[in-house]
Design a protein around this ligand. Structure first.
Ligand SMILES: Nc1ncnc2c1ncn2[C@@H]1O[C@H](COP(=O)(O)OP(=O)(O)OP(=O)(O)O)[C@@H](O)[C@H]1O
Ligand SMILES: [Mg+2]
Length: 267
């Protein structure tokens, strides 16, 4: 059994200091500071348009930094950083590659040798329940299967930092639960640093060590809620756990308080 590692003991893998992002007149993210420990699983929740994806895009280096500072494992964010893996809501599989080819893709870009990447991709595809589907094209897979394939591809990279933007957002409840448990299982084996964006508060609480709550635009951090549930966890069995339900209610309150604060500013 893995012991739950206390957050305070971990070194910061990601440090965001006083980040503000403007798109013309629009302030998308307002003065956000956040420190994420090595091996920590942190979710960010908040209303649509509050700047969650923008924060993630800044961490990948896709959006240039204008105001504030960001350190990713001690360095400024750069596009194509081999220490960072990225997974999005829509699977983004390459249609001209098979499941195996897609799972291999990130490793190929990073120059992993062919035999090694194929062995690893096959292993991860089997872990996500796609054994026997290695040679199928994305169009021959269901949406849930494509998300599994994308999950395998993300884990194939074995990057110290994983950034996930609503990776299970468009799935049915059953498939979502399965993939959440799978994600926890894979994460539990390696304890990489994860930043996970979701609209699903139950998902955020079930998966994370901390849930960061943002207000409506301009996005600010209104709460940072530690989730001291024991690990390893099983999302399915947490659904009726009293402590889980209390934490879920607490995160809801924080989110609503953030919306209320915003309404007062606007009115
Ligand atoms: N490239 C861009 N140009 C102009 N405005 C942008 C750009 N990207 C994001 N924005 C604006 O910044 C704000 C935050 O957008 P972002 O996509 O980060 O929100 P989000 O919290 O991820 O929302 P959702 O939950 O709907 O995915 C929005 O008001 C959006 O319109
Ligand atoms: Mg978004």
């Amino acid at each position: 059994m893995n012991e739950h590692v206390p957050v305070a003991a971990a070194a910061a893998a990601i440090a965001i200091e006083r980040l503000t992002v403007r798109f013309g007149e629009v302030v998308a993210v307002d003065d956000v500071s956040l420190s994420i420990g090595e091996g920590e699983f942190v979710s960010i929740v908040g209303p649509s348009g509050c700047g969650k994806t923008t924060v993630l895009n800044l961490l990948t280096g896709l959006v240039p930094l204008a105001e504030g500072r960001i350190s990713m494992l001690g360095r400024a964010p750069t596009v194509g950083n081999p220490d960072v893996a990225y997974m999005l809501a829509r699977d983004c599989l390459l249609p001209w590659r098979t499941a195996l080819g897609n799972a291999c893709y990130g490793m190929e870009v990073r120059g992993v040798d062919e035999a090694q990447r194929e062995a690893r991709a096959r292993e991860l595809l089997a872990r996500v329940g796609l054994k026997g589907f290695e040679d199928k094209w994305p169009k021959q897979l269901s949406h849930g299967m494509r998300q599994r394939c994308a999950l395998a591809r993300t884990f194939c990279l074995d990057a110290p930092v994983m950034l996930m933007d609503e990776p299970f957002g468009a799935l049915d409840a059953q498939t979502k639960l399965q993939l959440e448990d799978l994600l926890l299982e894979l994460w539990n084996a390696r304890r990489r640093t994860v930043v996970f964006i979701t609209h699903d508060l139950a998902e955020a609480v079930a998966l994370s060590d901390r849930v960061v709550v943002m207000s409506a635009r301009p996005g600010r951090i209104v709460a940072d809620v530690p989730i001291p549930l024991a690990r390893p966890r099983h999302v399915r069995s947490l659904q009726k756990d009293r402590h889980f339900l209390e934490l879920y209610a607490h995160v809801w309150e924080q989110l609503e308080a953030g919306l209320g604060a915003q309404a007062e500013v606007v009115s």
